[in-house]
Design a protein around this ligand. Structure first.
Ligand code: SF4
Ligand code: SF4
Length: 449
């Protein structure tokens, strides 16, 4: 058990509410703090009853809840806490609410649902947490618990979207085709966000060889995505061209569908597992699966946790190109570009320098940083539709920060962020163009033969 010479007794007095003495092993160790506790020992309080979770649904794991030492270091990094100043809108407050249910003090109800739904699942808290609390995983489980509390209409719309439309590429095509007709009837928040037109009938080439004279370095598979392929098809085409130009044969396997990220983040774990299994089959045999949407790449990297045995060798495209090296000239493009960090790239995949390094190789391109660039833009999957107030406040802040850079282009590697940025830049009267970094590499190298 514990060696008394290395044991540190630590009274945890957070906000005057804590009642226990916690024992942590040598703080120099990298294991989560709570993970070192003997069975039954907890950082805060004592369980008073049977857990209040709904049976038959995922629930946050006790070990994950115990990892939180309620230190509060995550609070200043949480966008919803910064907006509201309320503990209940902070990571620590949300974990305390989950713990209250686990301890049998509360049950998931409307208040609990409100606390969970206001979270962006941006994982900024996870990134700065000294105890490595897996907040994203806990939130996905907590959201599964609150699903039955939603109104019948909300449940129906979610069921339609997550279980029917997104998993079926033909229905996503139909949605993109019908969008211009449906647009006037869409909720204002959704209308403001979605691009005016999609690409309902566009198709990607199944196999793309590197250009003549370019040595083949290997073969990669590519995720086409659901929203990405129908509304950002041009990003997929640019990805294929850039990756192929750099010596890779690009295969777009048939049978793939939505990766399941949106379903998982919204507590629809059963369909998320089905989609993980489908992706596993679609990409079987691939050495590398290149993904150009940060949210999808981050989610696919957790497949094995979601459904053991379904891991796929995912590489976010800028990280892949950076690690493998560009063999083609990056070309030139005279523009000032602001780089927007998608939360899932920055927080979950720890991607920061890679896309910047790639863009700096473009001759004539001046790269500038966005003030408070590590803060979420408020897109967060369907958050900007379900929580329009908080999403708009964050979107306006981000648009103002981008405008202040004097950039003519903002680079964003996630379709949700791109829509949010475009909508709020437009609303602020700005004509700054929103492009994926891969589109900039494609544009710059287009004239390089
Ligand atoms: S989530 Fe991590 S950083 Fe936040 S209060 Fe808990 S232990 Fe501290
Ligand atoms: S995931 Fe983001 S919004 Fe949610 S609690 Fe953590 S920092 Fe706050």
């Amino acid at each position: 058990m514990f060696d008394s010479s290395s044991v540190l007794a630590f009274y945890h007095g957070c906000a005057g509410r804590c009642r226990s003495i916690a024992v942590v092993a040598d703080p120099a160790r990298v294991a989560p703090l709570g993970g070192e506790l003997p069975d039954g020992a907890r950082f805060i309080g004592a369980a008073v009853g049977a857990p209040g979770w709904r049976a038959g649904r995922a629930a946050p794991a006790v070990a994950d809840l115990n990892d939180c030492v309620a230190c509060g270091l995550c609070l200043p990094h949480c966008p919803t806490y910064r907006l509201t100043g309320e503990e209940s809108a902070s990571p620590r407050g949300r974990i305390a609410a989950m713990r209250a249910v686990q301890d049998g003090i509360a049950v998931p109800d409307g208040t609990f649902e409100g606390f969970m739904d206001l979270c962006l699942v941006c994982r900024a808290c996870e990134d700065v947490c000294p105890s490595h609390v897996p907040f994203g995983r806990m939130m996905e489980a907590a959201r599964e618990q609150v699903e039955p509390l939603r109104t019948r209409r909300s449940r129906f719309i979610r069921w339609l979207g997550f279980h029917w439309v997104l998993p079926h590429p033909s229905l996503v095509r139909t949605a993109a085709a019908l969008q211009p007709i449906a647009r006037p009837f869409m909720p204002k928040a959704a209308r403001m966000l979605t691009p005016a037109r999609g690409y309902p009938f566009a198709r990607l080439p199944r196999v793309t060889e590197p250009p003549a004279g370019v040595e083949v370095r290997g073969t990669v598979a590519m995720l086409s995505g659901c929203v990405q392929d129908r509304w950002f098809h041009r990003v997929n085409l640019a990805t294929i061209r850039v990756v192929a130009r750099n010596g890779w044969r690009v295969v777009v396997p048939t049978g793939q569908a939505c990766c399941g990220a949106l379903a998982a983040h919204n507590g629809r774990l059963a369909i998320a597992r089905r989609l993980a299994k489908r992706a596993r089959h679609a990409f079987v045999g691939a050495d590398v699966v290149v993904v150009n949407a940060a949210g999808c790449a981050a989610h696919m990297a957790t497949y094995d946790e979601l459904l053991p045995g379904s891991a796929v060798p995912v590489r976010e495209v800028t990280e892949f190109l950076h690690a493998e090296g560009l063999t083609a000239r990056a070309g030139s493009l005279g523009a000032t570009v602001a780089y927007h960090d998608a939360c899932h790239a920055l927080r979950a995949l720890k991607i920061h320098d890679e896309p910047r390094d790639l863009l700096r190789r473009i001759e004539g391109l001046r790269l500038v940083e966005v003030r408070d660039g590590d803060r979420c833009c408020g897109a967060a999957g369907i958050y900007n539709v379900t929580q329009p107030g908080a999403a708009s406040a964050l979107g306006r802040q981000k648009a103002d920060a981008v405008i202040a850079t004097d950039a003519t282009i903002v680079a964003s590697s996630n379709p949700g962020c791109s829509m949010q940025l475009a909508a709020h830049l437009r609303a602020a009267g700005s004509d700054i163009e929103v492009l994926h970094p891969i589109e900039l590499l494609d544009r710059a190298s287009a004239g390089e033969g």
